[in-house]
Ligand binder design. Structure first.
Ligand code: PAF
Length: 300
């Protein structure tokens, strides 16, 4: 009965999906080299637990390119905390269902295994990204950007993208990836895409899958705080606004604020006051229960 079930099930899954799935790095390079030199490939690297924010990146990649490659790989070297790596959501079945909504003949799913991608045990290289890597995520997640740089170099080598797509939700990562692409010196153009939010304002994130329904409501605090700050930067000082925001977190014991920073959008240099002359952003990281959330918002 079970065998019959499998026989029935497998071909129908293939018929529905028709999406090419590649696991080996060598097969990915081989597939890429087989494409005509005219074909452009947009690349969306992810760690899975896909959501509509990811899909918006893939849509952009498909609008700009002939084909899109999406990778799903939970990269161990960018987690400074092994407990965080362990609980990171892995939802391969649901990811597949979401990818089914895309034109299967134009996308390839790349799901490498760690030992193959890293040619052995996953180890980080040291990168020099300068001051943009030393603040905020760089300060609170030791080695995080070395891990991101290392895995992206390996993924870029395998996929040879024409363009790669990253969400502004991880705005600091986006700047790091632009620096990485400059250092690697190939023609891979890095495209930043706007943050995709729930109607409630909550920025879409794979980590939201670890939030209960009630926590999802609580988590809108990040958006509300940034919006309030943005609306009052003209009339209140940054120090006043920061104290007000800290108070909002203290009111709810489920929250623990890690950082709240006003910074230059290009250099990430901290600012103590609002100025209209340069683009600035608010950056925030906080723990809601055991889930770490980050968000950011342009203020001018
Ligand atoms: O943003 C992410 O999901 C990851 O940092 C990335 C870019 C896929 C590298 O592992």
């Amino acid at each position: 009965m079970q065998i019959w079930g499998n026989v029935l099930c497998l071909p129908s899954v293939n018929l529905i999906l028709k999406m090419r799935i590649i696991t080996l790095k060598s097969e990915m390079s081989h597939w890429r080299q087989g494409l005509s030199s005219q074909s452009s490939v947009g690349f969306v690297p992810t760690m899975g637990a896909l959501h509509h924010g990811h899909l918006s990146l893939v849509s952009q990649a498909l609008m700009d390119n002939d084909l899109a490659v999406i990778s799903i790989f939970v990269n161990p070297t960018q987690f400074n905390n092994s407990a965080d790596l362990e609980v990171y959501p892995r939802t391969f079945e649901a990811d597949n269902s979401l990818l089914e909504t895309l034109p299967h003949d134009r996308i390839v799913l790349f799901t490498p295994r760690a030992e193959d991608l890293y040619d052995g045990p996953p180890l980080s290289k040291r990168w020099e990204f300068g001051s943009i890597a030393r603040v905020m995520e760089g300060e609170f997640r030791d080695g995080h950007f070395d891990g991101v740089g290392t895995v992206l170099q390996l993924l870029f080598e395998a996929v040879s993208p024409s363009k790669s797509y990253f969400g502004e939700k991880d705005y600091q990562q986006l700047l790091i990836v632009k620096s990485l692409a400059d250092q690697l010196g190939n023609t891979n153009e890095i495209i930043g895409c706007p943050i995709y939010r729930e109607v409630s304002g909550l920025a879409m994130s794979s980590r939201n899958q670890r939030l209960s329904e009630q926590q999802k409501v609580q988590a809108t605090l990040l958006y509300q705080i940034m919006k309030y700050i943005k609306e009052h930067l003209n009339t209140m000082s940054w120090a006043e606004l920061k104290s007000w925001a800290e108070l909002q977190f203290e009111k709810d014991k489920d929250w623990q604020l890690e950082y709240l920073t006003l910074a230059d959008s290009q250099t990430l240099e901290k600012k103590d006051d609002y100025s209209k002359d340069k683009p600035l952003r608010i950056f925030i990281a906080a723990h809601l229960g055991t889930v770490r959330l980050i968000d950011n918002m342009a203020v001018n």
